[in-house]
Design a protein around this ligand. Sequence first.
Ligand code: ATP
Ligand code: MG
Ligand code: MG
Ligand code: MG
Length: 438
Amino acid sequence: MRLSRFFLPVLKETPSEAQIVSHRLMLRTGMIRQEAAGIYAWLPLGHRVLRRIQQIVREEMDRAGAVEILMPTLQSSDLWRESGRYDAYGPEMLRITDRHERELLYGPTNEEMVTDIFRAYVKSYKALPLNLYHTQWKFRDEVRPRFGVMRGREFLMKDAYSFDIDKAGARRAYNRMYVAYLRAFDRMGLVAIPMRADTGPIGGDLSHEFHVLAETGESQVYLDKNLLTMPIPPVDIDFDGDLEPIVQARSAMYAATSDVHDQARFEAEVPEERRMSTRGIEVGQIFYFGTKYSAPMKAVVAGPDGKDVPVEMGSYGIGVSRLLGAIIEASHDDAGIIWPEPVAPFDIALINLKTGDAKTDAACSGLYEKLENAGKEVLYDDRDERPGAKFATAELIGIPWQVVVGPRGLEKGVIEIKNRATGVKEELSAEEAVNRFV
Ligand code: ATP
Ligand code: MG
Ligand code: MG
Ligand code: MG
């Protein structure tokens, strides 16, 4: 992408309405634009990151055996009356009436709808286990939407739903999602800690929230520091194998949100130097809730003995749009965002120090073509601007690598590459530079 043809509305001033650094940086770099309280348009830079995060989540869900679908944002209130949640959900739910006076709602979550889909087609235990997921916009009329995409009213969530014939199967489904979550967050460059958590309006008796530690987090969390350095299950982990030891190894160490925190237990189980009490951003939550929806909604399957039983279910959410904020909170400096490579909007910022100089333009065009052909996403700063402004833009928007090309270097036969995270610079020939990235 040539910057001269891109749409990157960087603001000169830091927006004063934003209270936390991720919100400020997302507005400043033109990633998002607020359209109404808690409702955002995604501009090209933000949209690119959103897509990359969604793709990582998708790959890890697929690897864990979940199957992707896409359910609508609007739902019929009838389904929610069946489960009993229509009245229980309260003012966070956006209720809509159509021209025929039919009651609809903008889905805050999809347990009812997916249970309805399941019961329409699945009649036998032989089709189980099954896990259906989608990534779709949700609406929750939050009392205080704030911190930009961290607490929006309209936000993008990945939500998965598992169906099993018995508790043991549901536990295995839960463990698969637990491991998939560890892998997905790790791939985004995040340390996300699973914590024992309250089940809230989803209900049920087993749940973990995944938290990214950050001072600006809205939750108070308590944990054993050893959890910060636990190894992440590798890419070839066998999702059909026994994952219980992985879950147990973490669950054996104290980690809880304030809702379920037990100070006496914390002090008894964790030596003082390993106790950590800090703030966390909830980036995901997983629930096992058994037959809470399948029983009232009559989602039953015939078991091996031919008798109908309600399916055992769980649900598993990831805050895809919130993750952009969480990643920036965890990874920035005074100059701007530092994107972890797997989620960065571009891989490389190609900086032309003297646009209009024939030799420099030619060298940049050559590099641009080679890197793009090798599958790299390059943002080529071909604008007629001072070098200082180009460096500042590249730093601000956080592209992991800068490739800097100017007439003086070219005379010596070198260009410079710089790593955004470490600041380390190197001089290389153009060919060496290309080889570094391909
Ligand atoms: P919170 O405690 O922050 O209100 P929640 O517990 O109500 O979140 P869940 O029902 O567990 O949310 O939804 C799954 C995930 O969706 C959350 O872990 C979070 O990452 C994300 N999420 C929830 N509400 C919002 C929101 N208003 N804006 C952005 N992301 C959200
Ligand atoms: Mg909430
Ligand atoms: Mg919560
Ligand atoms: Mg939650």
